[in-house]
Design a protein around this ligand. Sequence first.
Ligand code: HEC
Ligand code: HEC
Ligand code: HEC
Ligand code: HEC
Ligand code: HEC
Ligand code: HEC
Ligand code: HEC
Ligand code: HEC
Ligand code: HEC
Length: 470
Amino acid sequence: MRREYVPFVVAVVGWLGPAALLRAGDAQVTCSTCHTLQSAQLAKSIHKGLRCGECHQGPESYTITPTDLQRYTAPATLGASKPPFDHGSSFAGKPQRANIPELCGDCHANIERMNPYGIRTDQLARYWTSGHGKTLRNKGDDRVAVCIDCHNSHEIVSGKEPESRTNPLHVPDTCGTCHADAKLMAEFNLPVEVVDEYRQSVHGRLLLEQGDAGAPTCATCHGNHSAVPPGFATVGAVCGQCHQNASDNFATSIHATQPGFKGCVQCHGGGEGRHYHRIAKTTKPTGVMLQRYTHLLSSSPKPTALEVADTIHPDPKQLINQVLPTCTECHEELAEDKSLPKLFGLLDAIADAERYYVQTAHHLDQVGQGVLLVDNQQFEFEEARTHLIALAALQHTLNNATVEAKVTELKKVCDKVNAELTDLEDGLRWRYRALVPIWGFAMLFAVVLYAKYKALRAAFVKPLSGPSPK
Ligand code: HEC
Ligand code: HEC
Ligand code: HEC
Ligand code: HEC
Ligand code: HEC
Ligand code: HEC
Ligand code: HEC
Ligand code: HEC
Ligand code: HEC
């Protein structure tokens, strides 16, 4: 064959080959030809490298008539009333909800498959331990969350992406699609307030209003895939990931070993009922502060209420009063029980330390406003602040002796600072007093000097006398 015919022959064969397989005018199409929406969603997702068939099976392509092509791709037929399409015998169809965990797990629980991407492979295993997984497996009830409820089916992106449903900022909404659904939750006897209470909680506000990633979201406490309540006996471990001091101290308290005591949420869960998410900031409201620290606020220049709020620690009694009804589960006769007076004694000791602290802060402010340098005292005073913060955590021991020892330490620092400030003030007063003789001497000297000047002037500068020149 002459060389110049080669391209021509190749072109004819290339054209005739597939054409010979097709009937005249037939078209070869892929899943994406008809399912433009899913194909566009997949192309934007982290799964863009996957083929449709990896989840749906079915052939790589179909041969269809031009009429069918027109029917299936015309916008009007893509609505609800699409004519049925024979996807072939290997096609697996739309995955059943109950099969989705295993479908995703096919790759995601496969270590070899996931290794190149550095993605962990425990999601499926954890899922089966979750409240969701157990109900799906044991009761066949598919109203629980399966992988796609949190991740989508085609538009899956990493949780680091701001728009992801699993991004911490969106997790409450994602869980809320079911957990804020009153009808659904009633059927499972679960409280529907959890999402709202979380949003109102100190954690929810911090995360959702201030965007502080240090605050826990639903998945932080319940696990991304485990979705089980932490359990009252071990809830301290969950909270302790961030509140180590409070949790270590609580572990030494008499309650830590009481069966039936609901751990941290017995006190921080906002009273009776299953309101375990109503965790509030324990800092005193501004009104209470204004009342209690008027002497500080009347100083000049006035510190703002916020500054005061920032320097002093939370009001423990307010919290305890709120949860008292839950204490009666064990402390039946609150009026006769010795526990409460003991607790309130402990809280009073803290309040006393707080007052001491504020007074010292006030003293420091006053002295610092004058000509004196109080940098050293300011520095020393920081230690008192550390003690104050420690006290808030230490009260979780319920151990009066431990708390009182800390209060004594705090007072010692305050006493030292106060004494130094008083010394500084005395020093200043002494210096003012010392100035009196110096000024007296200076004035005397001036008077003497003036007298001398007068005398000299009288001796040497004779007044001009005699007749004036013509
Ligand atoms: C010629 C157009 C066409 C092609 C090509 C096509 N589909 Fe479909 N597909 C349809 C239509 C129309 C429906 C809705 C009616 C029906 O269920 O048959 C549908 C339905 C589906 C469903 C939903 C089934 C259900 O049970 O609700 C899935 C999943 C699906 N297709 C996946 C695929 C995949 C994967 C491919 C490629 C392997 C593919 N389709 C190829 C037209 C097509
Ligand atoms: C990672 C697995 C996966 C891949 C890859 C995938 N799908 Fe799906 N697809 C699913 C799951 C899971 C569902 C069921 C969604 C549901 O129940 O809501 C689904 C549902 C569908 C449906 C039914 C309509 C709907 O959106 O619920 C169509 C049509 C469909 N897929 C088409 C495709 C096409 C076309 C591709 C390739 C471009 C593709 N899928 C790739 C997992 C996948
Ligand atoms: C055919 C194998 C396969 C299947 C089936 C599959 N995935 Fe994936 N998935 C992957 C691969 C591969 C990656 C990593 C892609 C990359 O990083 O480029 C991935 C990434 C992900 C990520 C992002 C992980 C991260 O980095 O944060 C999520 C989330 C995810 N898949 C969820 C799912 C869900 C949900 C399903 C079931 C609907 C599913 N996958 C089914 C292969 C699969
Ligand atoms: C109740 C919601 C929920 C369900 C159900 C769920 N996930 Fe996740 N998943 C998350 C959250 C939240 C994250 C953490 C944020 C992120 O990385 O996307 C996550 C992370 C991931 C990741 C990234 C790697 C990792 O472990 O951090 C993969 C992969 C993943 N999920 C796959 C799955 C698979 C597979 C299933 C089903 C067996 C599933 N998920 C079920 C909420 C869920
Ligand atoms: C698709 C709906 C749905 C979504 C989304 C969902 N859940 Fe659930 N969840 C349920 C249902 C239904 C139950 C009840 C299962 C049962 O108790 O039998 C449940 C149970 C739970 C339980 C166990 C309660 C118990 O006492 O055992 C926890 C914890 C939980 N979900 C947390 C979450 C978190 C956290 C998220 C979001 C990351 C989430 N869920 C997303 C439907 C959902
Ligand atoms: C700071 C940690 C924390 C966060 C954040 C958190 N939870 Fe919880 N959750 C708990 C604790 C503690 C319990 C109760 C402990 C137990 O029952 O073992 C609980 C219980 C639950 C229960 C079971 C309620 C019951 O009465 O049986 C559900 C459902 C639940 N949480 C869902 C959520 C959802 C949804 C979010 C996000 C909107 C969320 N949680 C955020 C700690 C948390
Ligand atoms: C007996 C009731 C009670 C229990 C149980 C309890 N707390 Fe507290 N908690 C309080 C009171 C009262 C305050 C306010 C203390 C103060 O301001 O002096 C407080 C304050 C706090 C604070 C703010 C002060 C600080 O330390 O930074 C945190 C955080 C805290 N608790 C976490 C926890 C954790 C975590 C647990 C479980 C390990 C827990 N609490 C268990 C009563 C309790
Ligand atoms: C992911 C970290 C994290 C986890 C887990 C966590 N918290 Fe917090 N919590 C924070 C942050 C951050 C703040 C706000 C900073 C602050 O004021 O101390 C906060 C604030 C608080 C406060 C208010 C403190 C105050 O000064 O008034 C209480 C009470 C509290 N958390 C209790 C809990 C309890 C109880 C749990 C477990 C059910 C828990 N936290 C779990 C991070 C966490
Ligand atoms: C599950 C049972 C239970 C609950 C609920 C409970 N306590 Fe106790 N508490 C005990 C037991 C048992 C003791 C040790 C015996 C005693 O002193 O009565 C104790 C002791 C105490 C003590 C004294 C510690 C000491 O050193 O003598 C205080 C204070 C206290 N509880 C406060 C509270 C407060 C406040 C609440 C409500 C938030 C509460 N308790 C709820 C069981 C419980």
